[in-house]
Design a binder for this molecule. Structure first.
Ligand code: G3P
Ligand code: CA
Length: 278
């Protein structure tokens, strides 16, 4: 778990002006930061090539609570972890993920673009991530563009069941997507696994939209640009949690602490837990 930080000023002032017994008798309300899950987006993507073992290992070293991964499928049916629907930006190859075989995808260099020290990093298989990290760190699994990969929900379900990650337990697994129909389906397939809906649109934060999400989801995960106190309160009042993305500055992290979200999804885990530097 990440920090439960006292920003300091409120408590420090109280200590100066109040009797000690009074200070400790009261629940601090000002300046307190709630406990927030620190989610390393695509690994610690600010410091290492995104969606690689180097990045996910670094996130674990930085004591993130979760790693965030994007799952897609190769031409020959292997589930793989990569964000874009093409390999062009993050590897030395070209083409759509779904048009390349697993062997072709695995042969690509997914590290050099971030720095020569990462040369040889490859696109991980979903299985590889489950095997390496389950029980060590939570895994926030995004189904990326599942409409491109019919049946991917069943395949992800099978993989999670193979690893006994389909039941309530301490192993933290959350599944999320921008595709709401896919998430409804996942909730049916894995009723005990928390489901998240991703959005950057205010059209999806109306009371009606939130009520609809509450019928199958546990998390509403908005881009931080549309986060307000009202939204967080509205989501909480329906029994769901808020995870917001993508933090790439300390100011953005501080804003989300202020909004009292439940999880911060960040390329820089140390912005959420300053003690956990690279
Ligand atoms: O986990 C939230 C975030 O990953 C959603 O956006 O484009 O980085 O997959 P994206
Ligand atoms: Ca993602």
């Amino acid at each position: 778990m990440s920090r439960k930080l006292l920003i300091g000023t409120g408590v420090a002032l109280s200590l100066l002006i109040s009797p000690i017994s009074q200070v400790f008798a009261e629940e601090p309300t000002k300046g307190e930061r709630k406990q927030v899950d620190n989610v390393a987006h695509r690994g610690a993507a600010g410091y290492a090539p995104e969606s690689t073992i180097a990045g996910f290992d670094l996130a674990v070293d930085m004591k993130a609570d979760y790693i965030e991964i994007d799952v897609q499928r190769s031409e020959d049916g292997e589930l793989v972890v990569i964000h874009d629907t093409t390999v062009d930006r993050t590897t030395d190859g070209t083409g759509k993920v779904g048009d390349l075989t697993f062997e072709q995808l695995k042969s690509l260099d997914a590290g050099s673009w971030k720095g020569e020290q990462f040369a040889g990093e490859s696109i991980p298989a979903f299985e590889e991530i489950l095997e390496r990290y389950h029980g060590k760190v939570g895994i926030l699994i995004e189904l990326k563009a599942p409409e491109l990969y019919p049946g991917i929900e069943e395949e992800v379900t099978e993989a999670l069941k193979d690893h006994h990650l389909d039941k309530p337990q301490n192993e933290k697994i959350i599944i999320q997507s921008f595709n709401f129909e896919s998430m409804k389906k996942m909730n049916g397939l894995l009723p005990h696994v928390p489901i998240g809906v991703l959005t950057y649109s205010r059209a999806h934060t109306t009371t009606e939209a939130l009520q609809e999400f509450a019928s199958y989801a546990d998390w509403v995960n908005p881009s931080y640009g549309i986060v307000t106190e009202e939204l967080v309160d509205g989501v909480h009042s329906l029994g769901m949690q808020v995870g917001s993305w993508t933090v790439r500055s300390q100011e953005a992290a501080d804003f989300l602490f202020e909004m009292e979200v439940d999880a911060i999804i960040t390329d820089y885990p140390d912005y959420v837990d300053p003690g956990n530097e690279e």
